[in-house]
Structure formats: C-alpha cells, structure tokens
Design a protein around this ligand. Structure first.
Ligand code: AMP
Length: 410
C-alpha cells in the first residue's frame, strides 16, 4: 500500500510516500488493539507485525500563502503533479496526516470525514498555529484526490492513557472545565513507536514494560511508560513545559511570567509567549539553540554553553528519577530524536547523574551505538539504556495502512 504521509504547517507541507506491506497474508496478523485506561475507545497499536515503511519519495513544499503558491489546495495540486511524475504510474492509496492536537477526544488514529475535520478545527484554541493548517491540508487533499481515504494520527493521542493525577493541574476546577487547562503531552507518535521498538529488542511483552523515554530534538519531552502506555509526560497544556529545549524554557515558576508582565506593562501575552518559546532554553542561556553548536562551544571552554548543557542534562536527569518512581521502577531508559540519537556526550552527561539508580553506561557502546535499536548501558547497569531511532513518518504510514486494512476486513 502506498501511503502519503503529510505534515501540513501554515506555510509549508512536508511529505513522504511510504510503501507499507502486511507481514503474512492474514489481515489479523498486522493489527492488534488494547483497551485504553478509563476509555471505551480502543487504542490501536498499529505497528505490531507491520513490515515495510520503505520511503518511496519525500520532499517539502514551502511558501504557501505567498504570491507563488496561493493556498494549501494549490500546494497539494503541485504535490500531486510531482508525485505523478515520481511514482511512475502508481497511485497513492491513502493519506496519513500528522495532527498536533487531538484534545480530549482522540486517543487513536481516525479515518477522516467532514465531522472529524470540523472537530480538528474546533481544537484550534489549543494549537492555534497547527490545527487550522492541518484542517486546510485535509480539505485540500479531499479536493485534489477526491475519494481518497485519509487518516489523522495525533501527537497527543498516546498520552490519553495518563491517570488524572498526572494530567490535572492544581488550579481552580473551572480552568479545566471551562478552558481545557490540563496536561495533554506531545511527541506521542514518537514515544509510542520507540517504546514498541524497545520492547521488541528486549523481548519484554509491552504490557509488562516500564520505562522512561527521552525524545530529545529541538523540542524535547520525557515520558513515563508504565505497562507499555503513557503514564506521565513532561510537556503540558502546550509543548512549552518540561525539559530545557533548544529555544523553549521548559518548566519555570509561573510567577516569573506574571512578575515580568507586571514589570513590563507594554509586554503582551503574545510577546511573552514568543520569548518563552523562541528565545529561551539553550538559546536564552548561551545564545545558541543548536546542540551541536552548544557542544562545540562548551568543548572549547565557553562557560555559558557549558552551563546551558548542564542545565538541560540536570533537568532531564531529575525527570528520569521522578519517572522511575512514577512507573514503579523503569526497566529501560530510552534516548531518541536528534540529540538523543546523535550525541554521546549529552547521553553521558545525563547518565553520569543517574548513579543513584544504578545506571552505568558502556562508554564504547555509547560512543558508537549500532543499528536502529542499540544497548549503550554496561552489563551491570540496573536499568538498560537504549538508543532507539525514531521514525514518526513510518509510524503514521503504518497506522494509516492498519486502519485501511481494518476497514477492508470489516
Ligand atoms: P530533531 O529536532 O530531532 O531534528 O533534533 C535536532 C537537534 O539534534 C539539534 O539540536 C541538533 O543540534 C541535534 N543534533 C543532531 N545531530 C547531532 C549530533 N551529531 N550531535 C549533537 N547534537 C546533534
């Protein structure tokens, strides 16, 4: 099955076409499901037993909304034309969309219809930059590829299994009831995918698997995995909470925000939001947001870069300790995404602070992890430390294919 994986932003569309094939001939061998906690909605574990995920083609269409490309429909028409040329007569079977916010409603991938698109639009207050763009992309594909099935895979869905004590904020109840102020969590597709990969690698049944996953890219989050599901996660109402990130502050005392607004009466909420999202984190502390640059500066003796690194590693180490307790003892610590997969120095900086949990790295393995899933801990380490290559597009392609095959079966 050829799946077009799309990530529609307000001014760009990232896409990949993936070939997905079921392993074995029986449809029942490539999907499985497990009930979500406190929910009647089944949570699909779409990747189980799937084969393939091979990239056929990928690319980026930029500058939507400029004079060159007027809108998402025109961008999708350009894309369709490109794909016609590149796929040599093969047609796309379905589209899988990355959707940032699924609110409280979506706990699994869904097949798209007009009502689903309206629901994604209604969630715009929770993700004002992303959800409206996703809805535009969904409608544009409806127009460009009439009748083609579309599936939405939500960044928040994996975290719908968190218990209420983990997702509630200790604020007046009507902030939650009236305004939806609660922890949602993000990067769910990645946390879910690498958890599955780690279970396979370690030979532990998913429902018995407890772990801490550190997804460390430009945006970064840690998730506590208990019984194979999300039990807690560091991002919150928005992706601003939790770890020290490239340009985001992560956790801070809310009084910092109110005090800064009081001292700068001309500062708007939007401006505050921009500073905390775009000018904080590593960038705020040392003036660079890219981990490679920060590490190079730290290696050459730059004190601010060194401090930024230490702050990011210390914050993560505290989360690992907390989540180890939250899951009742983690069997594995999993590093993934740009920094998690590619920076032995950052992994070492974090793990050096986790001696109290009995974690020890094997320095040689940590320096050169091999393959998509690699063990980098020493044989005597109380908790396995793994480096797992994430692949959100593959997870989306497989979830999309699984829903298609499920539809055929029924
Ligand atoms: P992502 O958002 O997953 O693409 O990750 C981006 C982050 O990964 C940036 O901070 C990069 O500097 C960082 N990164 C990528 N490769 C390396 C590397 N070899 N060493 C350190 N950081 C890296």
């Amino acid at each position: 099955m050829l799946v077009l994986v799309v990530n529609c932003g307000s001014s760009s569309i990232k896409y990949q076409v993936r070939e997905v094939t079921p392993e074995g001939s029986e449809p029942s061998t490539y999907t499985s499901s497990m009930p979500a906690i406190n929910e009647n909605v089944p949570l699909a574990t779409a990747t189980a037993g799937m084969a393939g995920g091979e990239v056929v083609t990928k690319g980026l269409i930029e500058n939507i909304g400029t004079s060159e490309i007027e809108d998402h429909t025109q961008a999708l028409e350009i894309l369709a034309q490109r794909l016609d040329e590149e796929l040599g007569g093969r047609t796309i079977d379905a589209a899988g969309h990355r959707v940032v916010h699924g609110g409280e409603r979506f706990s699994a991938p869904v097949l798209v219809n007009n009502e689903i698109i309206r629901a994604i639009e209604r969630l715009a207050p929770l993700a004002p930059l992303h959800n409206p763009a996703h809805a535009l992309g969904l409608r544009a594909i409806q127009r460009t590829y009439p009748g083609m099935p579309q599936v939405c895979v939500f960044d928040t869905a994996f975290h719908r299994t968190m218990p209420e004590k983990a997702w509630r904020y200790a604020v007046p109840e009507d902030w939650y009831e009236m305004h939806g102020m609660r922890r949602y969590g993000f990067h769910g597709t990645s946390h879910d995918y690498v958890t599955g990969k780690a279970c396979e690698f370690l030979g532990i049944p998913r429902e018995q698997f407890n772990a801490v996953v550190a997804h460390l890219g430009n945006g970064a989050s840690a998730t506590a995995i208990r019984g194979g599901r999300s039990f807690d996660t560091s991002m919150g109402y928005t992706p601003l909470a939790g770890l020290v990130m490239g340009t985001r502050s992560g956790d801070l005392d809310p009084s910092v925000v109110t005090a800064m607004l009081e001292r700068n009466p001309e500062m708007s909420a939007q401006e505050m939001n921009r500073i905390l999202n775009n000018e904080s984190g590593l960038q705020g502390v040392c003036g660079d947001s890219d981990m490679r640059a920060v590490q190079q500066r730290a290696d050459s003796g730059d004190q601010r870069a060194q401090l930024a690194l230490e702050m990011a590693a210390y914050r993560l180490a505290k989360y690992v300790g907390g989540y180890h307790v939250a899951v009742g003892g983690a069997q594995a610590l999993i590093f993934t995404a740009g920094i998690g997969e590619n920076s032995p120095a950052f992994r070492a900086l974090v793990c050096d602070q986790l001696g109290a949990l009995g974690i020890t790295l094997n320095p040689a393995l940590n320096e050169h992890p091999e393959g998509d899933v690699a063990r980098v801990s020493a044989p005597g380490s109380a908790i396995e430390v793994l480096v797992v290559a994430t692949d959100e597009e593959r997870a989306i392609a497989e979830a999309t294919a699984a829903l298609m095959w499920e539809r055929v079966k029924n």
